[in-house]
Design a protein around this ligand. Structure first.
Ligand SMILES: Nc1ncnc2c1ncn2[C@@H]1O[C@H](COP(=O)(O)OP(=O)(O)O)[C@@H](O)[C@H]1O
Ligand SMILES: [Mg+2]
Length: 313
């Protein structure tokens, strides 16, 4: 089966192909002889309800510095594609939300992965709150008194932006930390949205595990161990990827999430688990499939394309 595939992503010249999951998906699509087209989010247009974009035929190569070639651009209605990979990176702002509204119009003729309606409804740190018994104690607010009460109850806490990514502005505050008041003021001035206040999990030293689910089934995992002088496990902050297995508790988390993800058309999802506690469900543009494969794990790009092909059959 050949599927006409388009990818909506940020500028392809800027990606780091060694770590990029989108790139792994594109390489695998090409191996399967699915013709690829490429466009960036700012190419989207909706004319009288019909969504189109200027798209470029794309070929990819696993060669640093020479990883893609674009053909001649053309204007295409997005319903002319069988599959669109929605792989735009956060920020999850109104521009992002608007692009999910536009992509919503191409269903059911075109399969968008992940389903744009549910991507919009499931920001990573909000979606987890549907599974309160799997999360660490977590408060989402910008109210000073609410945070003070939570802090008095929990002792050491973490404060982080609700729509943060890559470990941006993640702070640990010990119970006695006198910087709390100033940090509160700084957060209140910097972020318009409520933010996340969470019990500090000391076992983060041993890592924050990225677990990948494909159509609701466990597909692979990588543990990310923070640098000795940092709280944050994100690889962009010096976190080191390590091969890993799932604990029984992590298997239970996957089993609980599976049906909810399948129901919502969230085919490629990365969840984050610290010490058996679920902290994020990444549905926008999850990463990690290259690390899993490099560490001897499954070929997740292959599993994802198997599923997409099955759904289009
Ligand atoms: N409650 C917590 N306890 C301990 N460490 C945390 C906690 N929350 C976040 N961290 C650390 O900060 C990193 C980034 O936080 P995370 O919630 O994953 O946000 P981001 O979207 O920026 O990745 C985590 O990988 C982890 O190392
Ligand atoms: Mg994270």
């Amino acid at each position: 089966m050949r599927l006409n595939v388009a990818v909506q992503m940020d500028p392809i010249e800027r990606i780091n192909i060694r770590g990029d999951s989108t790139f792994a998906l594109l390489l695998e699509a090409q191996v399967r002889a699915h013709p690829l087209s490429y466009y960036t989010p700012d190419q989207l247009a909706m004319r009288d309800g019909k969504v189109s974009a200027t798209v470029w035929p794309l070929t990819v190569r696993d060669a640093v510095g020479d990883h893609f070639t674009l053909g001649e651009p053309r204007h295409a209605e997005l319903t002319s594609f069988d599959v669109i990979l929605l792989r735009q990176d956060p920020p999850f702002d109104l521009a992002y939300i608007t692009s999910t509204h536009m992509l919503e119009r191409v269903a059911p003729k075109t399969l968008v992965v992940n389903d744009p309606t549910h991507v919009r409804n499931a920001p990573e740190k909000v979606f987890v709150t549907e599974f309160p018994d799997l999360m660490p104690p977590t408060l989402i607010t910008r109210d000073l008194d609410a945070i003070k009460r939570f802090r008095a109850e929990q002792g050491d806490i973490v404060m982080k932006p609700l729509y943060g990514k890559g470990g941006e502005a993640v702070f640990r505050l010990a119970g006695e930390d006198l910087n709390f008041g100033s940090l509160y003021d700084l957060f209140a001035a910097t972020f318009r949205e409520q933010w996340v206040v969470q019990k500090f999990l000391p076992a983060v030293k041993a890592g924050d595990k990225r677990i990948i689910l494909v159509d609701g089934e466990f597909a692979g995992a990588v543990n990310r161990v923070p640098a000795p002088d940092d709280l944050r496990s994100n690889m962009v902050r010096g976190g080191v990827p390590k091969a890993t297995d799932l604990t029984p508790r992590e298997r239970e988390i996957c089993a609980r999430l599976g049906p909810a993800l399948r129901e919502r058309g969230l085919l490629f999802v990365g969840i984050d688990v610290i010490d058996g506690f679920l902290t994020e469900i990444n549905v926008t543009s999850p990463t990690g499939i290259r690390s899993v494969k490099n560490l001897g794990g499954a070929d997740i790009a292959g599993l994802i394309w198997d599923k997409i092909e099955e759904k289009r059959r």
